[in-house]
Design a protein around this ligand. Structure first.
Ligand SMILES: Nc1ncnc2c1ncn2[C@@H]1O[C@H](COP(=O)(O)OP(=O)(O)OP(=O)(O)O)[C@@H](O)[C@H]1O
Ligand SMILES: [Mg+2]
Length: 391
């Protein structure tokens, strides 16, 4: 234990020292792309091909590296910033730039056509709920419903494919957590940007070259439970930590939030089952489904549509179980209506007309809700249907 702590402190000190010396540093030809706030992602596929993402669309840039050696040099410098190296023994690296941008690098022979560098730019000014509404990712009504669900301590899963906007939506959902609550966030590479004053941010650590020293998301979830959290926000569940998270949700840590890689609400349940099995704990399928059905209250399904836009496609309640099947109910559903002249998909995330079970708890907990949401799902117990409405 002592040596682990010493190692970590040494690593932190060296990272901090290098951070100062790396200020304003030169990333070769991609430096201007990294400084351009309109670019959200930079993808280097070998020295001669660099793509960028801007407003959800991919473009081939006119920038190239002079040679593979130049590209490798930049990758090495980036890795060195966090005390990592990239070479034959360790040909893949996940790390962050000093500004928080997320980096993955992988070199030959694993990357067949040359070193590959992928940089997800850190959003200096992260999207707010208003941004997501103005982009058409969700409607004000849907956002109001999600806000009420977070405030009422529902456990919420954001699901979607790669780059569908899961982390961004998780960040927005986290912004609904009241300032009075203690939040512990757990991530592989810290991306969440919570504004709340009372938070503790934890980040996992990969193994050293000799395989030692790894601290997994799972270790951090177990540790977080000893930190008296009101909320646990896990950046992404991609392995056995799903079991610890479900258990936490089922044992009084309601109001936890996370994301899962899955393409539909039904697929999300199947994915969770697989992740629980990855924990190595031998649980019968029925028991796993019971845990999932009682732990997860809401699934927010996201997708990156073919025009590059990110949309919430379903807001789905986990209603319960019928035999071995978990029952789901869509509360909001996105319907595509066509394409406009600029190639933008048209459609709307509309209420399905089903009154969510969640509303009973939202009203009984007296969570303040928007008039639009109260009009959509009135409080049946209030004689004038206005109790709890925010004015
Ligand atoms: N609602 C949105 N509208 C437009 N762009 C968005 C939206 N949400 C996210 N983005 C942009 O899409 C990119 C991916 O977002 P994000 O990191 O949230 O996705 P993700 O699903 O978590 O990705 P990954 O699978 O890599 O973890 C970012 O550049 C982000 O700025
Ligand atoms: Mg993500």
């Amino acid at each position: 234990m002592g040596s682990t702590v010493a190692f970590h402190l040494a690593e932190l000190e060296s990272a901090a020292g290098e951070a100062r010396s790396l200020d304003g540093r030169d990333y070769g030809p991609i430096t201007p792309l990294l400084h351009d706030d309109s670019i959200s992602e930079v993808m280097v596929n070998g020295a001669g091909q660099i793509y960028i993402e801007r407003k959800g669309q991919l473009f081939l840039s006119d920038v190239t590296f002079g040679s593979e050696a130049d590209l490798i040099r930049v990758i090495r410098e980036i890795a060195a910033f966090v005390g990592r190296r990239i070479d034959d023994d360790s040909p893949m690296v996940d790390c962050r730039l000093p500004d928080g941008s997320r980096v993955n690098a992988i070199i030959p022979p694993l990357a067949i056509d040359g070193p590959s560098l992928t940089i997800r730019k850190f959003a200096r000014d992260p999207f707010t709920v208003q941004d997501l509404i103005s982009f058409g990712t969700m409607t004000a009504e849907a956002a109001g419903f999600l806000e009420a669900c977070v405030k009422a301590h529902f456990n919420v899963l954001v699901a979607g494919g790669t780059g569908s906007g899961k982390t961004t939506t998780l960040n927005v959902l986290s912004s609904f957590i009241p300032d009075t609550e203690r939040v512990v966030t757990i991530e592989d590479a810290a991306e969440l940007q919570l504004r709340q004053p009372h938070k503790v941010r934890l980040e996992s650590r990969p193994a050293r070259i000799d395989g030692s020293g790894r601290i997994s998301i799972r270790d951090l979830v177990v540790n977080a439970l000893r930190m008296r959290p009101d909320r646990i926000v896990i950046g992404e569940c991609r392995s056995g930590e799903a079991l610890d998270m479900l258990q936490a949700m089922n044992t009084g840590h309601d109001g936890s939030l996370t994301t899962v890689h899955a393409n539909s609400p039904r697929d999300t349940l199947a994915r969770l089952e697989t992740l629980v099995l990855m924990s190595g704990v031998d649980l019968p399928q029925r028991a796993i489904r019971e845990q999932i059905a009682s732990a997860i209250h809401l699934i927010v399904q996201q997708a990156r549509l073919r025009d590059g836009s990110r949309r919430v496609t379903n807001i789905t309640e986990v209603v319960g179980r019928e035999g071995d099947t978990i029952t789901l109910q869509d509360v909001f559903l996105f319907e595509e209506t066509g394409m406009d002249g600029n190639g933008r998909l048209q459609g709307k995330l509309s209420p399905t007309g089903i009154r969510p079970n969640a509303m009973a708890k939202i009203y009984s907990k007296r969570v303040a809700i928007s008039p639009a949401l109260a009009a959509l799902f009135p409080d049946r117990k209030a004689p004038d249907f206005t109790v709890g409405v925010r004015r």
